[in-house]
Ligand binder design. Structure first.
Ligand SMILES: [Zn+2]
Ligand SMILES: [Zn+2]
Length: 172
C-alpha cells in the first residue's frame, strides 16, 4: 500500500524547474490505495497519467479506469463494465486559474484526483443494455426472455418518468 501511495506522487519541484519536462505515471493500484471503498469496484485501478510542466504550472492528463460490477436497474441481471475517467487537471504553486489545484509542499499527490474520477465514472444505475425490457411488475417475467401479455401501460409510464429524472446516467 505504501508503494501504491508513493507511485502516485509526483515531484513538483523537479518538474517546475524545467518547463516542458514530462513525467509518466503508469501504475495499477488497489482501489483502497486511493481511498475508494465502493462495492461496485470489482478490480484494481489502472492509472495512466502524464504530468507536463510549463511556466504556468503542471498539467496532469490521461485516464484512470477500473472494472465495476453491478445489477441492471431494470432486470436485475449482473452487469460488468469498465469505468474510464478522462483526467485533465492543472496544478499551480499559487493558483491563479479558477480550476487549478494548489501545489502544497514539494509533491503532487495524485491519489485524490484518481479517487474523484473513479467515483465520478461508476454507474449509479446501470443497464444490461440500453433497450433492456426489464421485469414485468405484474407477473415477474423477464421481458427480455419471455414477453408477457400483461398490460403495463401505467407502470411503464411511471418508470420512464422516473428514469427521465436520471439525466446524466454515466452508464448510458
Ligand atoms: Zn437488464
Ligand atoms: Zn407480465
Amino acid at each position: 500500500m505504501a508503494n501504491a501511495a508513493s507511485a502516485l506522487r509526483v515531484n513538483a519541484i523537479e518538474l517546475l524547474r524545467s518547463p516542458g519536462s514530462v513525467r509518466e505515471v503508469a501504475v495499477t493500484v488497489p482501489a483502497e490505495a486511493v481511498g475508494v471503498d465502493d462495492a461496485r469496484v470489482s478490480g484494481e485501478v489502472v492509472v495512466a497519467l502524464t504530468a507536463t510542466s510549463s511556466v504556468d504550472g503542471i498539467v496532469v492528463h490521461g485516464t484512470v479506469s477500473t472494472p465495476w460490477h453491478g445489477q441492471c436497474r431494470r432486470c436485475l441481471r449482473d452487469v460488468d463494465g469498465v469505468a474510464v475517467g478522462q483526467v485533465e487537471e492543472i496544478y499551480q504553486v499559487d493558483p491563479r486559474l479558477e480550476d487549478a489545484v494548489a501545489i502544497v509542499g514539494d509533491q503532487i499527490d495524485l491519489a485524490p484526483v484518481v479517487r474523484e474520477y473513479v467515483l465520478l465514472e461508476l454507474p449509479e444505475a446501470p443497464l444490461c443494455r440500453d433497450d433492456c425490457a426489464g421485469i414485468c411488475p405484474q407477473c415477474g417475467a423477464d421481458r427480455n426472455e419471455s414477453p408477457c401479455d400483461c398490460d403495463n401501460t401505467v407502470t411503464d409510464l411511471r418508470w420512464s418518468a422516473l428514469e427521465g429524472l436520471r439525466l446524466d446516467d454515466p452508464a448510458d
